[in-house]
Write a protein that binds this ligand. Structure first.
Ligand SMILES: NC(=O)N[C@@H](CC(=O)O)C(=O)O
Length: 422
């Protein structure tokens, strides 16, 4: 079915109808007999691309499945998500990657692109089947042990050398385990001291970022820093880019808006890895996103079942959901970011980093992946409204600016007036 999207301001600039033919491609002539999607007063952006989503299938389908996570992604305006490898079992073989890809296709709401593990079982010791995953039909290009740091420098060096052969990238969860071990759960500082929570100091992230940009330089390979959370990491990335090192970085919506003091009530909803940081770090992250030092916003959507989250703070699982609210959080946290920049950090650059050539643009001839946003809406988040299976939603009760109204994936309307069409 062909489609005409009427009245939207494209990238927040001129108002222009968008035409989609019955193959789902953007075209420059209005197709005959097309369905009309009214987008009067809305902003049209290329469908969002998330570099960092936890979908929990296989292994923890009580927290999220590929289908429910795809639904949350579509509601959030996403048309592609990179599914992290820390499932159970991990995505560390070509077969496992293909299974994720195919379940994503079956769900049919967004493109689910598997991330491959860097090491077998995410154990940090032996490289996983990087080449087989890359050469498989899943064409894996992003590799990550996310949830765990590839902390052994020798293993990281080998991984960088290996992925270079097929234009891959290693997405590093930067956490030196000798400086921030498994119990570390609160930014190390005045608040952690007062609350008696094990500290997770910014330096534990920064030393790995510094080491890995040097390894990227040494190997001539490409490194991506997942969920950058400190001003010090921003400084290192800025320096490395200035040196011509092939490094990219992402920030999560929550690290752009939430701060350490939210932990005062010991509410495990706010327990996340890396931890929420003080206001100075948040300011530095916003500035770095605006000036391009940080390349992309990635959700780190990390759904958890109630029985894993509702514990004493130190025992609760790390993570918060975020696919459905990401765009509104970015608009709320960085309201001066132009729509063209929102498209850059949430769609075109993440698509480029992940090698997803079908995503990230509204050019004629490309698949019609489009999100239509009401820029002036203000929405109060209710965790009960979420289509994710999990309820660890840090935005509950908050008012956020802008709202995803419609999402179009490959020419098919997946979300209309904020609701899934199937
Ligand atoms: N970001 C999180 O807080 N949680 C992630 C993994 C992780 O990075 O610890 C998860 O998989 O739950």
């Amino acid at each position: 079915m062909s489609l005409v999207i009427t009245g939207a301001s494209v990238l927040g600039e001129k108002t222009q109808d968008l035409y989609v033919d019955d193959a789902g491609l953007l075209v420059d002539e209005p197709p005959l007999g097309a369905e009309v999607l009214d987008a009067d007063g809305l902003v049209a952006l290329p469908g969002l691309v998330d570099l960092h989503t936890h979908l929990r299938e296989p292994g923890r389908e009580d927290a999220e499945t590929i289908l429910t996570g795809s639904r949350a992604a579509a509601v959030g305006g996403y048309t592609a998500v990179l599914a992290m490898a820390n499932t159970s079992p991990a995505t560390d073989t070509a077969e496992a990657a293909l299974r994720v890809l195919d379940l994503g296709r079956e769900a049919g709401l967004v493109d689910v692109q598997p991330v491959g593990a860097v090491t077998k079982g995410l154990a940090g010791e032996e490289l996983a089947e990087l080449g087989l995953m890359a050469r498989s039909r899943a064409k894996v290009r992003v590799f990550s042990d996310d949830g765990k740091c590839v902390h052994d420098a020798r293993v990281m060096r080998r991984a960088l050398e290996y992925v270079k052969a097929f234009g891959g990238v290693v997405s590093q969860h930067a956490q030196d385990p000798s400086l921030a071990g498994p119990t570390a759960c609160c930014h190390e500082g005045e608040v952690s001291g007062r609350l008696g929570l094990p500290g997770w100091p910014g330096i534990a992230e920064e030393v790995i970022v510094a080491r890995d940009v040097m390894l990227a330089r040494h190997t001539g390979s490409r490194v991506h820093i997942a969920h950058v959370s400190t001003a010090g990491s921003v400084e290192v990335v800025r320096w490395a880019k200035g040196q011509g090192i092939d490094v990219t970085a992402e920030v999560t919506p929550h690290h752009l808006l939430l701060t350490t003091d939210l932990l005062e009530g010991y509410d495990p909803t706010f327990k996340v890895n890396p931890p929420l940081r003080p206001g100075e770090d948040v300011e530095a992250l916003r500035a770095a996103l605006t000036d391009g030092t940080i390349d992309a916003v990635a959700t780190d959507h990390a759904p958890h079942a109630r029985h894993d989250k509702e514990h004493a703070f130190v025992d609760a699982a790390f993570g918060m959901i975020g696919l459905e609210t990401a765009l509104a959080v970015v608009r709320t946290a960085v309201p001066d970011l132009a729509w063209t920049d929102v498209a850059r950090v949430m769609s075109s650059t993440p698509a480029r980093i992940a090698g997803l050539t079908d995503h990230g643009s509204l050019e004629v001839g490309t698949p019609a992946h489009v999100v239509l946003v009401d820029p002036s809406a203000s929405v109060t988040v209710d965790r009960a409204d979420s289509v994710s299976l999990s309820r660890n939603n840090p935005w509950h009760g908050r008012s956020l600016t802008s709202r995803v109204v419609h999402t179009v994936h490959a020419g098919r309307v997946t979300v209309r007036d904020g609701a899934l069409t199937s």
